[in-house]
Design a protein around this ligand. Structure first.
Ligand SMILES: C[S@@+](CC[C@H](N)C(=O)[O-])C[C@H]1O[C@@H](n2cnc3c(N)ncnc32)[C@H](O)[C@@H]1O
Length: 283
């Protein structure tokens, strides 16, 4: 896949970087904020499950040695283990808090604390390497992809999942509306573009193609259907740009978000569309 990457008009500067190390460390010191968002997806998603798309793309036979980088609380390798996967399963994450949470939940999986660009494994250790919704947090994506390629066996498979640039547009439009009422919310509006600029289908496919010499891009479309404003608020208030506001800003920001979100439910549940990008490659 080398052609047809969509053009970008995303601003490169003045975005609170999704891959700023201090923001990433604060957000993932524990699994608390991530679990809020995972719970939102579990409770309110409609349409194809992300896990079904991942399973279809990987087509595992259960014998593979698999490394999941940026494994967070370990749900993906934990799910594979529970389903009877026989090959070696390893989760790696930069955050010690994430590794501790994952170890506490999933005894049958090895978890190691490691950065994507310095994996503590010999060359050609794994048949499959997954990087699920994590490359937008990595400051040097080409260095991480080179490391992924190094630890994969020849013929091994790579899968990255990420938010497409058009991810939850209705939710982020609502945040932009609220920011017009309350200026303290402006940093939160920038998460949208910051994540897309750091690693989405716009640049991700080209980076993977560069690292592996091949890459394939596919998408899945589904949605969140919120029954009331609270879970949408909880989702937004788990974002690092929200957490970085001071208490007075949070009070005013909460009021503005609630006012705008309330207006979305006048005729029933509120649908927020989700587009996910999958980038696969072979070593
Ligand atoms: C959005 S979460 C995704 C977690 C999990 N893969 C999932 O899909 O639920 C991103 C994870 O990547 C980890 N992470 C961020 N930067 C990293 C890096 N440079 N190397 C390894 N892990 C990193 C974070 O600590 C966090 O657990």
């Amino acid at each position: 896949m080398t052609a047809d990457l969509p053009p970008t008009d995303l601003p490169a500067a003045n975005l609170p970087a999704a891959n700023d190390p201090s923001r990433v460390a604060a957000q993932y010191a524990t699994d608390r904020h991530l679990q809020t968002r995972i719970r939102t997806h579990r409770l309110y998603s409609v349409g194809t499950e992300l896990e079904a798309d991942v399973d279809a793309l990987l087509a595992l036979d259960g014998s593979e040695a698999l490394l999941d980088v940026g494994s967070g609380p370990g749900h993906f390798p934990g799910r594979l283990h529970a389903a009877g996967h026989r090959g070696r399963l390893v989760g790696a994450d930069l955050s010690g808090g994430m590794v501790a949470a994952a170890r506490a939940s999933y005894g049958g999986v090895e978890f190691v604390q490691a950065g994507a660009d310095a994996l503590p494994f010999p060359d050609a250790s794994f048949d499959v390497l997954t990087a699920r919704h994590m490359l937008y947090h990595v400051p040097n994506v080409p260095a991480a992809l080179a490391e992924f390629r190094r630890v994969l066996k020849p013929g091994g498979h790579f899968l990255a999942t990420t938010n497409a640039a058009a991810y939850m547009p209705e939710l982020w439009d609502a945040v932009a509306e609220a920011a017009q009422l309350e200026g303290a919310l402006i940093p939160l509006t920038q998460t949208r573009g910051g994540v897309a600029a750091a690693f989405s289908e716009i640049n991700g496919g080209a980076w993977v193609q560069e690292a592996f010499g091949n890459a394939r891009l596919s998408f899945s479309d589904n949605a969140l259907v919120f029954p009331d404003p609270q879970p949408a608020l909880d989702y937004l208030e788990s974002d690092q740009e929200w957490l970085n506001l001071d208490q007075a800003q949070k009070i005013e920001g909460h009021r503005a978000l609630l006012q705008v979100l309330n207006s979305k439910f006048t005729s029933g549940p509120w649908r927020v569309s989700k587009k996910t990008a999958f980038i696969t490659a072979e070593r």
